[in-house]
Design a protein around this ligand. Structure first.
Ligand code: NA7
Length: 533
């Protein structure tokens, strides 16, 4: 083991989770090494550089709160921050807290093996570095493993192709080009209006029509910024008490308890306000399919009033529930289809057969393209974990442990994988919340847990099997009270062929945080603790 570095912890990923984890560990006097595949910090915001990439949570909330100086001093420019601005922020954080020298960039963890005889992990990277570590923290993000559909012929394509989640660092110029976009999720909906501004022809290939509400993004009002900053901790604390840990202006009225006119007025008001708070118009939208349909019908009406060609409007109009696939937030998405050089292909009616040298062949015809953009999403929530050869007790792999879908306790720990933690893993609120405070909550929990193991002479800690089984059942029970499990979303793994269909996020931040607190108060109840011999 002469070329092996001894550390207290290996942290995988230098996004928001990995950076704060490193900061916390250093403050506790631990040695940590962060392994990052990219050549810079930022995670999601490092990779997703496609045109129009922007956060759908307000910038004043989508930011760290662990340092009051940081949150007071950083100035966001817009209501919803762009990807470049978020990347500037996270780079600022890396510099401000002097984090870079404990990060190995351009390195990918290839394997992590738990050595039961020593209660330590042996972690290998593709750059030949090996670490011998007491803890491993997977800060690999929920949306980082790109989903590239296996459409035949891509290798033959003579033009350029891109995935929105792996966008080049240098600007891509589509001026005068014939461009295809495959997919109509958030990434497509953000990028299509901007690609259309440049392209000579844009054809969007849609599998499922999606609901989107306008962002009404704007420059941040200095008065509003001053107001929030004057009471930042209170603002954060109030948001923490909401289901999604976000300032959505939740209503406690039910859609079905008010008249049709009152409903329409509230939907109009929310539409004019913009963004995800639309889904907080009424308390029952995510819990009662009938209530949900009133919101869905409202958006369907908006689509038919914006899109001039009735056939295109029909194709763009979703039929299912709204919000149970993540609601999209756009700037001019539907109106983009009114431009003569933009068209929409429903791939259910006209399936893509192959990519050709010159473009895309569907069952109906050949299309010629200079560029193809795959906006086809991610192997969400589990993909970044299962693509690493993580082997726990008895050499059992994480792929084997999760073959029926991810099983975790609190989305933090997996039975059979001692001293390995996940930041915002499946089974935690993660993607159903503002990710930043959920990340901070997990980092703090993990850092406190490590400190506790030191104080109590605990050599290894892992989820107990029964606690994990009960937690998975509970996550599903809570999910079933809502409409979420009832559409084909990436929350369920439904976007990736062959992935087990399991509702992965935990719905409701406050009860989750309370459960985490109770577990700690009861000396890490539900965890197996192996004391130092
Ligand atoms: P999403 O939301 O998963 O969207 C991916 C889109 O790509 C969606 O419209 C998919 O259709 C479509 N898709 C996926 N596979 C295929 C194939 N094989 N053929 C055609 N179309 C396909 O990913 P995004 O990157 O847009 O957004 C991810 C999250 O980032 C978002 O929710 C925000 O939280 C930020 P489908 O709907 O599955 O039929």
């Amino acid at each position: 083991m002469s070329n092996t570095r001894q550390v207290d912890a290996v942290v995988v990923g230098a996004g928001f989770g990995g950076l704060y984890m490193l900061h916390r560990m250093r403050k506790q006097g631990l040695t940590a090494r962060v392994i990052e595949a990219g050549d810079g910090v930022g995670g999601t915001w490092y990779w997703n550089r496609y045109p129009g990439a922007r956060c759908d949570i307000q910038s004043l909330e989508y930011s760290y709160q662990f340092s009051n100086e940081l949150q007071q001093q950083w100035e966001w420019s817009e209501r919803y921050a762009t990807q470049p601005e978020i990347l500037r922020y996270i780079n600022h954080v890396a510099d401000r807290f002097d984090l870079r020298h404990d990060i190995s960039f351009n390195a990918r963890v290839t394997s992590a093996d738990f050595d039961e005889s020593r209660n330590r992990w042996v972690v290998n990277t593709d750059t030949g570095e090996t670490f011998d570590s007491r803890f491993v923290v997977m800060a690999t993000g929920c949306l980082s493993s790109a989903n590239l559909p296996p459409i035949p012929g891509l290798a033959l394509f003579s033009g350029d192709w891109y995935h929105t989640g792996r966008w080049p660092h240098e600007p891509v110029n589509f001026s005068g080009k014939r461009v295809a976009v495959i997919g109509t999720g958030s990434s497509a909906i953000q990028s299509i209006p901007l690609i259309a501004e440049q392209a000579s022809e844009l054809v969007v290939f849609q599998r499922t029509a999606n609901y989107s509400v306008p962002a009404h993004n704007q420059t941040l009002d200095p008065k509003r910024v001053a107001e929030v900053k004057a009471h930042y901790p209170q603002y954060r604390a109030a948001n923490r008490e909401t289901a999604f840990h976000a300032d959505f202006g939740y209503s406690d009225r039910n859609a079905l308890d008010v008249s049709a006119a009152e409903r329409a007025a509230e939907f109009e008001r929310r539409w004019a306000h913009g963004g995800l708070p639309f889904m907080a118009s009424f308390a029952d939208l995510m819990f009662n399919p009938q209530a949900n349909q009133t919101a869905a019908e409202f958006i369907r009406g908006k689509i038919s009033s914006i899109v001039k060609d009735p056939e295109t409007a029909r194709k763009l109009t979703p039929s299912g529930l709204v919000g149970c696939k993540r609601l999209c937030v756009d700037t001019n998405y539907y109106a983009t289809y009114n431009q003569p050089h933009v068209s929409l292909v429903d791939i259910n009616a006209e399936p893509i057969e192959t990519v050709t040298t010159d473009g895309i062949r569907t069952s109906a015809r050949d299309y010629a393209f200079d560029a193809i953009v795959f906006a086809t999403g991610f192997d969400a929530m589990t993909g970044a974990m299962t693509r690493v050869a993580i082997r726990g007790r008895g050499g059992r792999s994480i792929q084997e442990a999760w073959k029926e879908g991810p099983k975790t306790y609190l989305g933090l720990s997996v039975n059979g994988f001692p001293n390995l933690f996940m930041i915002t893993g499946p089974g935690s609120p993660s993607v159903l919340t503002n990710m930043l405070p959920s990340i901070e909550h997990h980092v703090d929990w993990i850092a406190d847990c490590i400190q506790w193991t030191d104080q109590k002479q605990v050599a290894a800690i892992e989820a107990a099997e029964d606690a994990q089984e009960n937690w998975v059942a509970h996550v599903n029970e809570v999910g079933e009270t809502s409409v979420y499990p009832h559409c084909n979303s990436w929350y369920l793994g439904a976007n990736v062929p062959g992935k087990p269909r399991v509702f992965m996020p935990y719905l409701g931040f406050p009860p989750y945080a309370e459960k985490c607190r109770q577990v700690v108060a009861a000396d890490y109840e539900g965890f197996i603790k192996q004391h130092v011999a």
